[in-house]
Design a protein around this ligand. Structure first.
Ligand SMILES: [Zn+2]
Length: 185
């Protein structure tokens, strides 16, 4: 699996993440790399509905999707757009406004603002600014050694060190919290 930071250009990035299914599969592979688990209670035994999109926990009986409990939750923005936004945010050397981000990703300004805030919060949550060691509660993206943009969910506190100096988003899978829960585009 190729990491976000390994792409040299947006063109390469898009050639890899060419459609929504690819992006979704990528995220699923990372999120559930240790097997499926309930997004609500962490229980390992879950049922996947035939639509492939929804899951139900055998323990708490609640339904969830791949997005539930992640920064992608509570929104219908395609994974591909999220990924592009992450790529842009983590590679923009001089920073970028949410208005610019919206233009580049191809979403409305409101959606751009929402994405920008969520991602920045995830990054802040995940580390000091965008660099340095990363520490996050329960979940983080990235992780040990090579993965600076992996997305995985772990119990407990984990410290991850980005493999490059370049800014990286290490909490893609971090729980969406506080102010960024709203507004929903
Ligand atoms: Zn559950």
């Amino acid at each position: 699996m190729q990491l976000f930071t390994e792409f040299e250009s947006l063109i390469d990035f898009l050639a890899y993440f060419k459609d929504e299914d690819t992006c979704k599969a990528y995220f699923e592979q990372i999120r559930f790399k240790d097997g499926l688990f309930c997004a609500h209670c962490g229980h390992k035994k879950v049922h996947r509905f035939t639509d492939g999109k929804r899951f139900r926990c055998y323990s708490c009986k609640k339904d969830f999707t791949l997005r539930t409990g992640t920064i992608f939750g509570e929104s219908k923005i395609p994974f591909q757009k999220w990924f592009i936004a992450i790529y842009i945010l983590t590679t923009a050397k001089k920073g970028i406004s949410s208005v610019e981000l919206a233009k580049k990703v191809g979403v409305t300004q409101k959606t751009g603002w929402f994405m920008d805030h969520r991602l920045r919060e995830a990054m802040t949550q995940g580390g000091e600014k965008l660099n340095g060691d990363i520490e996050a509660d329960e979940t983080y993206i990235g992780g040990k050694e090579k993965t600076s943009i992996g997305i995985s969910a772990r119990k407990g506190r984990t410290v991850a060190t980005p493999r490059r100096k370049r800014p990286s988003l290490d909490s893609l899978n971090a729980k969406a919290t506080s102010k960024c829960m709203s507004p929903r585009p």
